[in-house]
Design a protein around this ligand. Structure first.
Ligand code: ADA
Length: 547
């Protein structure tokens, strides 16, 4: 059976301002200590520094083990008693490593984390490249012949029929009895052999998952030597013409792009703060988060599952331009990220959209094969969720036919205002209409980003740009235009809260200040404006459709 250890806590730490060559430097001294999860460059003495952080701790374990790291940044190498047992090449990506830990005794676990830019995280991204271990670290002692994963798919949301795809590891040779338990009760017994098997079953007394009623069920798979547990929700996300449907009812997404970012925690926010963010969002009447611009943490997704918040999840790759965009490695890495993400987060009912490559060069015909490649990589793992990308190429976009749902990031009323104009609010409606006209008529369409900046506490009687008044007026107009037009299946404001950006890229105090909340989650005027608009237009109330 499995023995799972929580390795969060205080680890030995040291930092070297040097290049990451993948090996452990000789004579390393751990002169400090840090929390895991945590970011080392949010405070002195490593504030703003780039180099390599070394996290070390002792672990009592033995035999075959699986180490899980729920995201780190920017890249990492893992060492067990000085031997390299795995790499984390993609910032924020959850990773699992299975290896022989040796005799059951104390061992040394070392995680080297580089916060130096690489070919996955470029310095031009408009969000800070934090260094640290962002998510939980756990270690499980696992039997030699164990179950690797199970993917749970809703086959019929009206009858509670689900499909299970069960995968055992490569040591699994013999045939065995597999007991399937749901919500604590045995529901089926099956023969299990080989590496992969599929089953279908009806969940007894099932209850549907939705944002209004986020009901969850528990699956347990039991073999003689192993046990695997997963939480799942019964829900169907589908597209019919221009509509996005959840469990047969028309779905309207309203919410925010959200960076995992906080002045004191960086990208390693404690779950209590994540929960507070989501409680605020729900309380406002919103139902949606675009996890911009990278994989989300397990604790965040668990909260979204439980609270009923719908999630768009995407691979990391922000406005990457040629020549990097056209290198073979870029596509390989994007496909690899897409497959990993879909596999690891498959069972979260909250995730309803997969995406990739924010604001790519989708006006270039050459980018079609890249988008198609990433689309197909997601589809290898998951055939159930809509796939998209957030475009800022509008009428010039030549890739809209390749995805299931079209998503655009227009900023009228904020960008492109003439110097002499007092306000740009009147640009919103005509510009949104122009873009809408260019979107293929046979697909759902949403605004994946829009908004404008406001400096928290800055007020102006003439509602000048950067005042809270201007942002509130702009967002009120955006809500009016989107909420009163049934063509839109969603609106995702840029963004939930102010977040640290590039240090000297022209952002006031280094923040992307288009947050509707400030960096400490204090609301700007636009917050209440959005609450009222959702209520007035009943935008997120489920619209009954055909079952
Ligand atoms: C883009 C981008 C966001 C952010 C935003 C802005 O659309 O996708 O990450 O940079 O612009 O604030 O300018």
């Amino acid at each position: 059976m499995r023995n799972c250890m929580d390795l969060n806590g205080i680890w030995d730490f040291t930092f070297l301002e040097q290049d990451f060559d993948g090996s452990i430097p000789a004579g390393l001294k751990y002169e400090s200590a840090l929390s895991v999860p945590g970011c080392f460059d949010v405070a002195a003495p490593w504030f703003g520094k780039r180099g390599v952080g070394f996290y070390r701790r002792k672990v009592y374990a033995g035999g075959l083990v699986q180490l899980s790291i729920d995201g780190l940044g920017i890249a990492g190498e893992i060492f067990w008693d000085g031997k390299n047992v795995g790499s984390c090449p993609y910032a924020y990506m959850p990773e699992k490593f299975t290896f022989e830990a040796g005799e059951r005794t104390w061992h040394e676990l070392l995680i080297m984390v580089s916060n130096q830019y690489n070919k996955v995280f470029f310095p031009f991204y408009d969000f800070y490249a934090f260094g640290g271990i962002f998510g939980d670290v756990t270690l499980e002692e696992i039997p030699k012949d164990h179950l690797e994963w199970v993917r749970i798919t809703t086959l019929d949301h009206r009858t509670g029929l689900i499909g299970l795809k069960v995968r055992a590891n490569r040591f699994f040779r013999k045939e065995e009895e597999l007991e399937i338990r749901i919500d604590g009760k045995a529901v089926k017994s099956e023969r299990f052999s080989g590496r992969e098997r599929e089953y279908q079953l009806k969940v007894p007394h099932f209850r549907l998952w939705s944002p209004e009623n986020p009901n969850l069920h528990q699956l347990e798979l039991r073999l003689k030597n192993d046990r695997l547990e997963e939480t799942f929700g019964i829900r169907k996300i589908e597209i019919r013409g221009q509509k996005l449907l959840l469990n047969g009812n028309e779905l309207h997404l309203m919410g925010y792009n959200r960076h995992e970012s906080h002045p004191q925690f960086g990208a390693a926010m404690p779950p209590a703060l994540m929960a507070a963010d989501l409680q605020m969002l729900k309380d406002q009447g919103s139902n949606f988060i675009r996890g911009s611009h990278y994989p989300q943490r397990e604790s965040f997704l668990k909260l979204c599952d439980k609270l009923g918040v719908l999630v768009w999840e995407e691979t990391l790759g922000w406005d990457v331009k040629p020549p990097e965009l056209f290198s073979r490695d870029f596509l390989r890495r994007q496909k690899d990220q897409a497959r990993k993400l879909a596999a690891i987060h498959y069972n979260h009912p909250c995730i309803i959209i997969w995406a990739a490559m924010n604001e790519t060069e989708s006006q270039l015909p050459r980018v079609r094969s890249i988008i198609k490649g990433v689309y197909d990589a997601y589809r290898e793992i998951d055939t159930t969720r809509p796939i998209t990308f957030a475009s800022n190429k509008y009428e010039k976009d030549v890739c809209m036919d390749l995805v299931d749902l079209v998503a655009m990031n227009p900023y009228p009323g904020w960008g492109g205002i003439c110097w002499e104009e007092v306000s740009g609010i009147h640009h919103v409606e005509p510009r949104f209409a122009e873009i809408e006209a260019a979107v293929p008529k046979n697909k759902p369409y949403m605004i994946s980003e829009t908004g404008g900046s406001a400096i928290y506490g800055e007020h102006d009687p003439y509602r000048a740009r950067w005042s809270e008044e201007y942002q509130a007026d702009l967002i009120k107009e955006i809500c009016r235009v989107v909420f009163s037009n049934p063509r839109y299946c969603g609106l995702s404001i840029w963004h939930f809260s102010d977040a640290k950006s590039y240090i000297n890229g022209g952002r006031v105090v280094g923040l992307n200040d288009k947050g509707v909340l400030d960096r400490y989650r204090r609301p700007k005027m636009a917050w209440e404006v959005i609450r009222n608009a959702i209520r007035e237009y009943q935008f997120t109330s489920p619209k009954k459709g055909k079952k």
